[in-house]
Design a protein around this ligand. Structure first.
Ligand SMILES: [Zn+2]
Length: 109
C-alpha cells in the first residue's frame, strides 16, 4: 500500500501529485485516478531500486540534459526524463508493477 497525503501547496499548480521518497502527495481538491496512482507506484519502485538519493540526483541531472535537448521547453524536458517516460508509457497497465524488471527505466533512456 502506498501512503497518500493531501496538501494545499504541494505539488505546485499544474501538477496533481508528487512522489516524495515513496510518500504520494496529492494537491488538495484533486483525486488520484487508478492510472495516476499506478504512475506514482512505478516511481516508488524506481526510487527503491536507486536507493532514493540516486533517483533524485539522476532525475535532476537528466532533466537538465533534456532541457538543453528540448531547448528550454520545460514540460517536454520533464516528460522525457527516462523515469517519466517509463511511468507515462506503462501507467495504464495496472499489472505492470508485478512483471516489471529491476531498473526497467533504463529501456526508456
Ligand atoms: Zn511522474
Amino acid at each position: 500500500m502506498s501512503k497518500i497525503l493531501y496538501s494545499k501547496i504541494i505539488p505546485p499548480k499544474g501538477f496533481v501529485a508528487i512522489n516524495l521518497f515513496g510518500l504520494i502527495v496529492v494537491r488538495k481538491g484533486f483525486m488520484l485516478t487508478k492510472t495516476s496512482l499506478n504512475h506514482e507506484k512505478i516511481h516508488t519502485r524506481q526510487m527503491i531500486e536507486m536507493l532514493f538519493l540516486l533517483f533524485y540526483l539522476w532525475y535532476v541531472i537528466e532533466y537538465l540534459i533534456r532541457l538543453i535537448q528540448y531547448k528550454g521547453a520545460f514540460l517536454e524536458a520533464y516528460r522525457n526524463i527516462s523515469f517519466e517516460r517509463e511511468a507515462y508509457a506503462m501507467q495504464n497497465d495496472l499489472q505492470y508493477i508485478k512483471r516489471r524488471k529491476t531498473w526497467a527505466w533504463r529501456f526508456f533512456l
